[in-house]
Design a binder for this molecule. Structure first.
Ligand code: 13P
Length: 253
């Protein structure tokens, strides 16, 4: 068998064989990455549901695959998806692969990918405390907790716009460059990052911070960090993220 393969390879010029083999390996790597990303989207969709960050058919998630986007389908529980339910679209939103319709909020994801080349994953959910703040018109932008200043930063509030419309993307655009998570008035939260794990963790951090801020409201007292303390935390942030980059956390398969 090996002799036959070697004989067949010998019939073709060496350069053509190695070019073909390189493109085959390239295609297999792309497919492997897609398969892995499908599994991760299903995993984090389930986690969003388990954490009560979404209910019913709420929320959507996506991952950048080279110049295509792998995203969740519309109108389906994101806690109960199978890898085959996911949809691949191009950067214009046109479907390339998948039987289902892509998320009605794909434009919001595409806007973030276009504005932030560093972003490789986007998560949108309706966690109830943070969405409560978004519905009360209160941003989560006060320097109350050192960890949040260092890892998440301010979470601004984007003005209200109807779900699934271009106005929604337009309302987020002014905040996308400077922030990694945004409250969407009377709607929910969108977060993004270099990996799906980081985008998810930012969503978790927003909801956790919202709960802390709510407690300060209940206590009727808050001590904000001073500008000097914030400066020191921003310096610590560079050190922290250098370590994070060297040893990025891996999501469970
Ligand atoms: P999709 O199911 O179309 O992604 O919409 C869910 C959602 O959260 C709308 O705000």
């Amino acid at each position: 068998m090996t002799d036959t393969i070697q004989h067949l390879i010998g019939l073709f010029p060496q350069r053509a064989v190695s070019k073909y083999l390189r493109s085959l390996v390239g295609r297999m790597t792309v497919l492997g990455r897609e398969r892995e990303s499908r599994k991760l989207l299903v995993y984090f969709g389930r986690l969003l549901h388990q954490q009560f960050f979404i209910s019913a058919t709420d929320g959507n998630l996506s991952v950048r695959l080279d110049d295509r986007i792998l995203a969740t389908p519309t109108g389906m529980s994101k806690g109960m998806m199978l890898p085959k339910d996911l949809v691949i679209v191009d950067l214009g939103g046109a479907r390339i692969k998948g039987r289902r319709e892509v998320s009605s909020e794909i434009d919001m994801h595409l806007l973030i990918y276009k504005m932030r080349p560093d972003v490789r994953a986007v998560v949108h959910a309706h966690p109830y405390t943070a969405t409560g703040f978004a519905s009360a018109g209160i941003a989560l932008d006060e320097p109350l907790c050192s960890e949040v200043v260092m890892t998440l930063g301010e979470v601004p509030l984007a003005p209200y716009a109807t779900t699934g419309t271009t106005e929604l993307s337009r309302s987020l655009a002014p905040f996308v460059f400077k922030h990694n998570a945004i409250l969407m008035a009377n709607h929910g939260v969108v977060s993004y990052g270099e990996t799906l794990l980081q985008a998810y963790q930012r969503m978790e951090a927003v909801e956790h911070f919202a709960r802390i801020v709510l407690v300060t409201h209940q206590l009727g007292k808050k001590n904000l960090l001073s500008d000097t303390e914030i400066e020191k935390l921003l310096m610590a942030k560079d050190r922290y993220f250098n370590h994070w980059r060297k040893a990025p956390l891996r999501a469970p398969a």
